[in-house]
Design a protein around this ligand. Structure first.
Ligand code: NAD
Length: 478
């Protein structure tokens, strides 16, 4: 019998209408029935978080540490099971699913430590005899809205700092992948979080998301997802005058210079553009290649793509899992058609594949002979599709790399210190990678983009304090 997974509101598991959580590797397989919350559920969750805030904001740091550490320990102990669940609901390979699960555990471990390292400052006033203290205080109820492509890591990197700094939470995962967040919330509740501190409202963006976004009681809202939704969240957040943080799309370039090590460049391209089925905001969807290495690079990359195993995410040996669902599949296929219609050469892949189970299998696609102004080079496709743009030299490569409204991650493959240093300074992106894939970041340092990719303070590491706290300056005349 399929199990039902409920929302968690005000310390209780709450029933409602359900929807099946479908495995994209095998559409006949359901992970279970997950409740789709109502507007009333979202309102109750916000009210519960508001009620729980005064006590949690004054809770001891040892208590917070112990809960986060316990959660981290349980995630590590259950990494195989949780990683399998993640791969089954999102479609990334089992190795990627377990890796992402471990990342969630590391994030909770890191923030458990941060609970014990909360600090402030004390400085003399310009008026003699007065002390000035600066402390970081929790913001209040934090709304967390997450996308489907990192079902456990993104909720983890928002929930962990929110709790660390004394905020209470209402979290809404993407409707497509509720299982990983459900498990995370279950673990944290059992680790000892008091009633109302962490509330889970699974459901549709237009229903429960809308209530969270419009509520004046949500004092900070952290969102990862598409630019379109981000814009709506920004407008509503200004309306109620709250803090907000948006992590959105990308059209990330990987520059390959004539002097690059060919093997490194090809591996960076394969990993950055195609791993996790290309469904990463940091995916290198534009491969900007200088003329001298262009043909060698394209040949070697195509050979490598021919050998990639596309199959069921849970199967041994699978390197590329399925696309997440039919709607994303249609989007990928539509862009492949657009690329051809624009005159690009589809050198490899792009066709739907049949495997032993019904799933959304797509052969990774590589376009060549593309121009920077083509739609496939301007718009985020969010699938296993990349295009090569041939350029004359480094200067043109840098110009093309920066010629996008996005600015999340930007990479270069070169053995030249001069070009690597220049690129690090001049790439218009929040994250720059030299001889590394554009995707794949650490959890203890800031994550985020520039230009149209991000808005607000950085996520992760100690920089997370900027968003999840507000600074209070107090003056005392003893
Ligand atoms: P999406 O914007 O469709 O959905 C994201 C979340 O917002 C979901 O939980 C959804 O239910 C909710 N939502 C949708 N409409 C809403 C509304 N009107 N009000 C409130 N909530 C609403 O994005 P997606 O398709 O889930 O994710 C893919 C996108 O996420 C891509 O653009 C990708 O680049 C981006 N992404 C960015 C990062 C980053 O850190 N920059 C990381 C991962 C994904």
């Amino acid at each position: 019998m399929t199990e039902t997974y409920r929302n968690h509101i005000a310390g209780a598991w709450v029933d409602g209408e359900t929807v099946d959580n479908i495995n994209p590797s095998n559409t006949g397989d359901s992970l279970g029935r997950y409740v789709r919350g109502t507007k009333q559920d979202a309102e109750s969750a916000i009210a519960a978080a508001k009620e729980a805030f005064p006590a949690w904001s004054r809770s001891g740091i040892q208590q917070r540490h112990d809960i986060l550490k316990k959660a981290s320990d349980e995630i590590i102990a259950r990494r195989e099971e949780l990683g399998r669940q993640l791969s089954r609901e999102e479609g990334k390979t089992l190795a990627e699913g377990i890796g992402e699960t471990m990342r969630a555990a590391q994030i909770f471990d890191f923030f458990a430590g941060e609970c014990l390292r909360l600090t402030g400052e004390i400085v003399p006033s310009v008026r003699p005899g007065i002390d000035v203290t600066m402390t970081r205080e929790p913001v209040g109820v934090v709304g967390i809205i997450t996308p489907w492509n990192f079902p456990i890591a993104i909720p983890a990197w928002k929930i962990a700092p929110a709790l660390t700094y004394g905020n209470t939470v209402v979290v809404k995962p993407a409707d497509l992948v509720p299982a990983s967040t459900w498990s995370l919330v279950d673990i944290l509740i059992r680790a000892g979080l008091p009633k109302g501190v962490l509330n889970l409202v699974m459901g549709k963006g237009s229903v429960v998301g809308d209530v969270i976004v419009k509520s004046p009681d949500v004092r900070a809202l952290t969102f990862t997802g598409s630019v379109g939704t981000g814009r709506k969240i920004a407008a509503s957040s200004v309306e109620v005058m709250r803090k907000f943080q948006l992590e959105m799309g990308g059209k990330n370039p990987l520059v390959v210079l004539d002097d690059a090590d060919l093997k490194t460049a090809v591996e960076c391209a394969v990993n950055g553009a195609y791993f996790s089925t290309g469904q990463r905001c940091t995916a290198s969807s534009r491969l900007v290649v200088t003329a001298g290495i262009h043909d060698k690079f394209v040949d070697a990359l195509t050979e490598r793509l021919k050998g990639l195993v596309v199959d069921d995410a849970l199967k041994d040996g699978t390197q590329i899992g399925p696309v997440v669902d039919q709607s994303q599949m249609s989007q990928d296929e539509e862009y492949i058609k657009i690329g051809r219609d624009e005159g690009a050469t589809l050198l490899w892949g792009g066709e739907r594949l049949n495997r032993s189970t019904p799933g959304f299998y797509l052969q990774p696609a590589l376009f060549t002979d593309t121009k920077p102004e083509m739609r496939i080079n301007k718009e985020e496709i969010f699938g296993p599709v990349a295009s090569v743009i041939r350029v004359k030299d480094y200067d043109e490569a840098l110009h093309v790399a920066n010629d996008t409204p996005f600015g999340l991650s930007s990479g270069i493959c070169t053995t030249s210190l001069k070009y690597a240093s220049h690129f690090k300074r001049n790439a218009e992106a929040g994250m720059v990678m030299v001889n590394l894939p554009t995707a794949g970041v650490d959890y203890h340092v800031p994550f985020g983009g520039s230009k149209g990719s991000s808005y607000g303070p950085r996520e992760q590491g100690r920089y997370a304090a900027e968003f999840f706290t507000t600074v209070k300056t107090a003056y005392t005349l003893p």
